[in-house]
Write a protein that binds this ligand. Structure first.
Ligand code: FMN
Ligand code: SF4
Ligand code: SF4
Length: 260
């Protein structure tokens, strides 16, 4: 059995969780595919396709939607959905599943894993959830991986309904344009910027051009905070945060819990 997980991860929590799935799943060889970098994969050679990303203001990021839309139409190919979240996922998992189904996939299972926050304003306000996941959440994640392998073994004949809980289901689905406004205008501290180009490279939406310091195109920006989080000199700032709350990679406790 061969599978592929198509993932989008801003700070690496989702990527790490996907690597953990790959390491711990039984009897399935899984390739990882970074949708922000790798274009479109050839899905023909895979028996199962995973879509993995993070909660992005109560829903999946726009990049995942555009990626799924660009895939060739499927005839019932088994798929699973997965997301990490820092506080509350909202309808992230349900929407991910909906996008996959609309493309012709048959979604057989889904799971959300609680991880630390990578959204700087949340971290600054003391809601960084640095210790997530707790013991029970980690146990649930491991159970999901076992179930996933059993469902794949059944050749996707069996499937499990995606449940997101009452609170998540009551939360609204926000349009992607709202997400752009949440971060708002970005600025660069010229005295800190060394024109290294990291921000341009990590922006998944092509919203930054180096001239020679970064210039932001607000019409393309989706407020993902990747440029802020990854700038090695903390030169990028927004109204809500300046110089604090950066989360460029999974924290040590998460790396320890998801050791591979
Ligand atoms: C712009 C933005 C919006 C976010 N929105 C949510 C959210 O609505 N709910 C939530 O629980 N976490 C939210 N988060 C936190 C991330 O989902 C969480 O930290 C995730 O593990 C990050 O995954 P990554 O490291 O793979 O990018 C948000 C993070 C960012 C940067
Ligand atoms: S990542 Fe930071 S230092 Fe590098 S070009 Fe962008 S703003 Fe300047
Ligand atoms: S400009 Fe920054 S916040 Fe906007 S999409 Fe690009 S990386 Fe994300």
């Amino acid at each position: 059995m061969k599978g592929i997980i198509c993932y989008y991860s801003g700070s690496g929590n989702t990527k790490l969780a996907c690597e953990y799935i790959v390491k711990n799943i039984k009897d399935v060889e899984i390739d990882l595919f970074n949708i922000a970098k790798d274009g479109i994969p050839d899905l023909e050679q895979y028996d199962i396709v995973g879509f993995a990303t993070f909660a992005n203001v109560l829903g999946p990021p726009y990049l995942m939607q555009t990626f799924i839309k660009r895939l060739p139409r499927q005839k019932d190919k088994p798929a699973f959905v997965f997301n990490t979240y820092g506080f509350i996922s909202g309808k992230t998992l349900k929407i991910l599943g909906k996008w996959a189904v609309a493309k012709g996939f048959r979604v057989i299972i889904g799971h959300s894993l609680h991880t630390p926050e990578n959204c700087p304003p949340m971290i600054v306000s003391g809601r960084g959830n640095e210790q997530a996941p707790n013991k029970k959440e980690l146990e649930d994640f491991n159970n999901f991986i076992s179930e996933l392998s059993q469902l794949i073994e059944s050749k996707g004949v069996r499937q499990k309904k995606i449940k997101i809980g009452l609170l998540n289901s009551l939360l609204p689905v926000l349009p992607h344009t709202v997400i752009r406004k949440v971060m708002g205008k970005k600025y660069v501290d010229a005295s800190l910027c060394v024109e290294c180009g990291t921000c341009e490279k990590v922006c998944p939406y092509g919203a930054i051009k180096l001239k020679p310091k970064p210039i932001f195109d607000m019409s393309k920006c989706y407020g993902c905070w990747a440029c802020y989080n990854h700038c090695p000199n903390k030169a990028i700032y927004a109204k809500k945060c300046r110089g604090i709350g950066h989360y460029p990679e999974p924290n040590n406790q998460l790396k320890e819990k998801l050791k591979i």
